[in-house]
Every structure is written in structure tokens, then in C-alpha cells.
Design a protein around this ligand. Sequence first.
Ligand code: BDR
Ligand code: CA
Length: 308
Amino acid sequence: MKRILLDCDPGIDDALAIALAHGSPELEVVGITTVAGNVGLERTTPNALSLTEFYGMDVPVARGADRPLLRAPDTASTVHGATGLGDVVLPTAKAEPDTRHAVDFIIDTVAASPGEISLVAVGPLTNVALALRKEPRLAEWVREFVVMGGSYTRGNLTPAAEFNIGADPEAAGVVFDAPWEPVMFGLDLTHQARATSEVRQRFVGLGKLQEELLSPCLDFYGSNRQYRDEGPAIHDACAVAHVIAPELFTTVRARVDVETSGRFTSGMTVTDFAPEAEHNALVATALQQRAFWDLLTEAFERVASSMP
Ligand code: BDR
Ligand code: CA
């Protein structure tokens, strides 16, 4: 069984990524850390706590950075709603966040089990960058580092920048410059993971999970202009799915550099697939869609059948 630590900004697709991790017998979720991103930290942290209680998870949630390293905070509330979960209102969680800052939680958790923790980041990379600055050995201690962010074609925050990278490019620069090999799930890959009406049909019958979370969240998320035609892209679940079943993805070694100074290109992940480039990342390029949705549906079925 793999042990996963998820750094996130819930967020609708983050909520689905948490459910996938919880519902997968191949994974043990050892912690969830929150960061400002889709909405402010004052929302992402309660959302993470409420989601874990809704799913019936017993896992610590640690609150992280409330703003990017250098820049003014931006949000994606037009995509995820003012609360981060569309129109869904979950009960307020009974649990409190872990007493540690997310940065210390990440360092402590990985340091306690070197070579064992899969660190997966599906929000802006502020916490991960701060953790690397505080404890550079994090890069050698993780089992693997998987990130949802970037693109090798075009962005969604701007024509050049994907949201998670564009929201905090300086942090992303620190993360991609560290001596590890991030597995990057950019938009080119995650736009292959669309919750079409056929996919959503498979969630029918999942009771409270479907009625109170999946359906209203996906209705809201899918109504966004960028997703109307083919259904919303479930970006963050792709990164978690790679930890469970890497064989579902094609990955290619590449050089990824984060643009931090471009007037029009700030936050762009400049990706060079040339064989002679000094590769620093594995970039996901293709997804086996049927098997991916099988994985998600089966995980959601397990979550639905064990919810409180
Ligand atoms: C990423 O940005 C957020 O809005 C999503 O949760 C995802 O992590 C996609 O660009
Ligand atoms: Ca996210």
C-alpha cells in the first residue's frame, strides 16, 4: 500500500481527488494540507475538514500558506464558486486543523518515513516551495512527487499559464528547480479526463455521495464556459490516479522551466521534450480514459458504501 500526502485547495476537482484517494485500497491517506488557491485559505481549510468528515475519513488536515510567496492572491471562484464547492454546503466539521503549519506537517511526515510518502500537490505550490526551502532534503526523502499544474500548450488562467502555476509562479519555480523529478499533470493531460454525461451516468446510485456532492458539484463546475461542450476536466484526480495506477498514463521526460518574469507569459511551464534537453520532470501526455473512469467509479462506490 502506498502512503499519500495531498496538498490541495478544495476546490471541486480537489474534492473528487480526495474521494479517489480515500476510496482506493492501494492508498493510505496520511494527511491533507491546504493552501490558498481556488478560494482563500479561510475556505479551503474548512472545505478539506468538512469533506473528510463527509467521506468518513480519519486523517489530519493541516492549514498552510494563505497567499503566494510574492504575489497578490488570485482565486478561481468563477470556476469553483465563492465557497470553493459550487452550491454545495457541507456541515461544518467537528474536527480542528492539525496544530502544525502545513509546511511543518509535510516535512515531519516525509522525514518520519523516508522513501515512503507520495507527495501529491494539486493547488498552487506555495506550501511545497516553503517546505523545500525549510528542509531541502524533502526532495530526496519523498517516494515520488506528483503535481497537477502547468501545460505544454496553453493555459487556463491566461493563454500561457495554468492556474496552479500562474497563481504562484515563484513557488513553482522553486519546486521545478529542486533536485527531484516531478511528475507533471498539465492541462494537456487533464483535459482528457472529462466528466461527460456518460461518465456521470456511472455515478447514479451512489446515494448521498452522488446526490449531495458529485451531482451538484459537477453541475456547477460543468456550467463554466470552458467546460460546457465536453464536460468538466477533473484535473486533480489525474495526479492521484497516477500514484495508484501509473500504467494508465503515458509520460515523457522533459525539461520544465517556469516563467516568472514574462509580461504575457508569467506562470508558463516552458517544456522542452528534446532528447538533449536537461530533463528535470516526467510530463504526462496521454490517458487511458476508460480505465481511468473505472478507477474513479470503483473508488467512489467504496466511499459511498462506507460514508457515515
Ligand atoms: C487546477 O486549478 C484549479 O482550479 C483546479 O482545482 C486544478 O487544481 C486546474 O487548472
Ligand atoms: Ca486544485
